[in-house]
Design a protein. Sequence first.
Length: 279
Amino acid sequence: MTFSIVARSADGESWGVAVASKFLAVGNAVPAAVAGIGAVATQANANTAYKGLALAHLDEGATAPVALDHLLVEDPDRDHRQVGIVDMDGVAASHTGPACHDWAGGIVGDGYAIQGNILTGPEVVEAMEQAWAASDPGAPLADRLLAALRAGDDAGGDRRGRQSAALLVVRDGAGYGGHDDVAVDLRVDDHATPIPELARLLELNDLFLTATVEEDKIPVTEELDAEITALVRALGHDDLLEWAGTENYEMRVAPTGSWIDRRVLAILRASGPTTGADQ
């Protein structure tokens, strides 16, 4: 009742899962990942204990195939399970039990495991693999996972229809304020078009919950500071930092106010009554 991709980024720094299903809140049941350890998707007649168990096996040094073997040996209902695992080194493993509902199957490759059940046919996982291979290896992992998920949906996806989707990506220090490893944790629990909605949420995630990269940092010169001050005061704020905190842009403005994110500056200018010169 689900199709998913579990993968590691080409640079070996990120792990993630993208999943979609005709099932309520698929993100609650299927994906799990820990930076530096690996990622897992458990589906079909999902055994949610697989998530913690698989990551524990990987943390103890097991490869993805060995971790998968441990899960299946210990589970009397393994014929009804489907699971994909990618370990810290990008080694992948996938299992589709013979009792999973047709069409069911999976594909593994260097750094990825793709699997699905109750699909329109094998073309779903094949399209996902093609989209993954065609995507830029240097692109953010979340974008590559979403591209693969969208390709699977376009190829037919879950033969019962659409309801939910989720995207989970981890990387050391990538979380809010750098305090955990969660780079992306987005869920569309009940929606007519969950994958486009997931894409919309990913754009918002990039704006509000990720840090500004160096090339998008605009130094706040004396002239720009005067413009920004006028804009934020016209909006009822004392200074840039107060405005940024109120609007949830605090990760995209320097704590000292010495730089501002290019996109946030554009948003501020569009919100205010005056317009400054392009930077």
